[in-house]
Design a protein around this ligand. Structure first.
Ligand SMILES: *Cc1c(COP(=O)(O)O)cnc(C)c1O
Length: 481
């Protein structure tokens, strides 16, 4: 009789005063523990109503409470295994910080710091001075301005230098990158009028020259990082724009996007324009991201001529877009690594992943293969398969790096089985993120730091019940993404 089962459930009050629950109250507090107890009691009542029996877990209330509380208190920012093959994955937080940067962040979080305090002159300093000397040394710039991200940097450049005026940009460079960042919209927000010149595939210096009027405040160059126009094309270089800008007294700014501070081709990677090259061409300001190829924290970095930077620093938007001590500490520590450039691939995770030798990745795959076959071999054919990693974060999608993956092909040949495996891995305490393509689930090991940690996670996931859909279910249920 179910009615006889309900009185067997404890009250919230009795649970909270149970000796086995006391440590949970001490750790999570009275309120959260009571909430968890009420949730579990409701679940138990529903179970009794449906099954005329107590749920099994009611034999150990403190363990059930512990699980509920741990799940509810876990951070929503979960560390994951990034085996997607995209090194700088925007949805996974882009660059992983170097140990030095992590240490620097922890130090400044624990104590008051000289963020805007100049000890030598016992007067107010400027927060961007934290990294100014380093950026001057690395890029040859006169000055710098640091904001929240590169989108903010572009907005600030337009607002401070061209508000109420016109900015000239090539039609072939009016980019959209993820998250509604479109150059024409950013210009409108900054209060400046976009003057489009040229055509989608070809823009000439004369196009810029003919568009210059007394209202022109800026010549703008935008790095087309995430696409390429091929065939009958022509674009105007920064150096040419600078010549025109000098003749006509109009400043030139460049949104470089990724902005590698070292020559990527020296590491066998696709060449990427460096801010120091653009500055050497004479551009007034160049902006780039802190968390793309640079390998640091999210930030927008603007370097260039002192007078132009001073106008950005004085603009009210700078106050709204400025970085805190945490970002500045991480950026400073990351930039400092660039002074030890021979050791950079060892010290900077982004560069370490990008330069990881194929043989290294393939060996890791070989080592994990037998264990994966043990755990998943009944339902999947598992192999070592060549694949291509992507740099990510707006780097050209066609700029790929040869890599090696563990691939899982369902023995039943069904796509839903593959999606069930992917979902099962997503549900693990440290989710394992791969990529589904060509009827396989790919785990690209390029960005794997700790093989034994992944192995343990894969084995633990294999023993938890992976509920593969039955054939009827596969035919009936639409798969929810
Ligand atoms: C990535 C990128 C941006 C935006 O940078 P965030 O740091 O993501 O704000 C702007 N312009 C270009 C060309 C980019 O590649």
């Amino acid at each position: 009789m179910p009615d006889a089962l309900y009185p067997q459930l404890p009250s919230v009050d009795r649970l909270l005063h149970d000796v086995t629950v006391a440590p949970l109250v001490a750790r999570y507090g009275q309120r959260l523990t009571a909430d968890a107890a009420r949730t579990l009691l409701a679940q138990a009542r529903a179970h009794i109503a449906a099954h005329r029996a107590l749920p099994e877990w009611t034999s150990n209330w403190s363990r059930a409470l512990q699980q509920t509380l741990a799940e509810r208190s876990a951070s929503k920012l979960k560390p994951v295994f990034n085996l997607t093959g995209v090194v700088l994955h925007t949805n996974l937080g882009r660059a992983q910080l170097a140990d030095d940067a992590i240490g620097a962040v922890a130090r400044v979080m624990r104590a008051p710091v000289t963020l805007e305090y100049n000890l030598d002159e016992a007067q107010r300093g400027h927060r961007d001075d934290t990294v100014a000397a380093l950026l001057r040394e690395i890029t040859g710039a006169e000055a710098c301005c640091i904001v929240n991200n590169n989108a903010a940097a572009v907005l600030l450049m337009f607002a401070a230098l061209a508000d109420g005026k016109e900015a000239i940009a090539s039609r072939g460079e009016l980019i959209e990158i993820g998250g509604a960042f479109r150059i024409p919209d950013v210009m409108r927000q900054a209060g400046c009028t976009l003057v489009e010149v040229g055509t989608t595939n070809r823009t000439h210096l004369a196009d810029y020259r003919n568009a210059i009027t007394e209202r022109t405040a800026l010549l703008v160059k935008v790095h087309t990082s995430n696409y390429r126009i091929e065939g009958f094309t022509s674009a105007v270089s920064e150096a040419e724009l600078v010549t025109l800008g000098r003749e006509t007294g109009v400043p030139v700014v460049s949104d470089l996007g990724s902005g590698a501070l070292i020559d990527m081709s020296a590491y066998g990677l696709p060449a990427e324009t460096m801010p120091q090259q653009i500055l050497a061409d004479g551009v007034d300001l160049v902006s780039f991201s802190g968390d793309k190829l640079l390998g640091g924290p999210q930030a927008g970095i603007i370097v260039g001529r002192a007078d132009a930077i001073a106008r950005l620093q004085k603009h009210p938007l700078k106050r709204a877009l400025r970085c805190d001590k945490i970002t500045l500490a991480a950026l400073e520590a990351t930039l400092r690594l660039y002074l030890r450039s021979d050791q950079l691939p060892l010290l900077l995770p982004t560069l370490r992943y990008l330069t990881r030798p194929l043989s290294d990745i393939a060996q890791a795959v070989e080592r994990l293969l037998p264990e994966c076959r043990n755990t998943y071999g009944a339902s999947f054919n598992i192999d070592s398969t060549p694949c291509l990693s992507q740099i990510g974060s707006g780097a050209l999608p066609m700029n790929t790096l040869p890599s090696q993956a563990l691939t899982f092909v369902p023995r039943d040949g069904r796509g839903r089985t593959l999606e069930a495996l992917a979902s099962h891995w997503h549900a693990q305490p440290k989710p394992i993120l791969g990529r589904i393509a060509d009827n396989r689930l790919w785990l690209d090991l390029r960005c794997l730091d700790d093989e034994s940690e992944l192995l343990a996670a894969l084995q633990a996931a294999g023993t938890r019940n992976l509920s593969l859909p039955t054939i009827e279910e596969q035919n009936k249920k639409p798969f929810a993404r």
